[in-house]
Design a protein around this ligand. Structure first.
Ligand SMILES: [Zn+2]
Length: 69
């Protein structure tokens, strides 16, 4: 009887499939240099700023984030 052994193998396979072996989300992010629309400081954002839309640095972002209720 090796039901337990089989179950363990199955579990480890599931873990692999879910990506427990190596997280993908922590790869190098493409940073875009831009200027904060609030304080005018140069900053880098992990996304491409949309033209015409304000971009804020880490310090100013919380001030401009709309509170969710
Ligand atoms: Zn700022």
């Amino acid at each position: 009887m090796d039901i337990y052994a089989q179950r363990q193998t199955c579990m480890s396979k599931t873990m692999e499939r879910k990506g427990f072996g190596g997280p993908r989300n922590f790869g190098p992010r493409e940073m875009t240099k831009t200027v904060c629309s609030d304080c005018g400081k140069e900053c880098e954002v992990p996304f491409k700023p949309t033209e015409g839309r304000p971009v804020y640095c880490r310090d100013c972002l919380p001030k401009h984030r709309k509170p969710r209720f």
